[in-house]
Design a protein around this ligand. Sequence first.
Ligand SMILES: [Zn+2]
Length: 170
Amino acid sequence: MGAMEPRSAAAAGKDFPYTLDTTCYIEVHEDGRVTQGAGPDAHQRAVAGASRLFAVWPGQWRSDLFAIDDLDEFARAHGIVHDEERTGLADHVHDVHWSLADGEQNPRSQYVSIDLRLACGCSVKDRRTFAAQMREQHGWDLAVTGGWGYHTDANGTTYTFRARRKSLSS
Ligand SMILES: [Zn+2]
């Protein structure tokens, strides 16, 4: 097979798995140096034209290389630029009501389950963004991998998160 140009992440739009843990980012710097991974610094360099970002979208049978040619979408997906529509979360201090979840809580476990509601009207569509906001606003350490859940009733939506016990303010 001949060499192909990378595909366009912009063309894939919202389907592009910007935040999938298995998406491999590649940054090609001005001087030709190649590094793996992409965060806010890489975004800044790419916007400034000092590097180009690529990503491998892993597939089951084959993986394709994409050019990250929509840096705004990349920034929103990674929370570098806040995206209220995508995350469901306003850029404000949330009005959080929370309690320890019912059921067994292993007192030796570093993590506990908590139920929380957002009285400010926000909803959690993006757990990483919410976890980052709660870390900034309350010093909480919410798990961003593993199970979480929510249910909606007459009182609104209640989310269940795992949180590092010691990080919770009382
Ligand atoms: Zn809110």
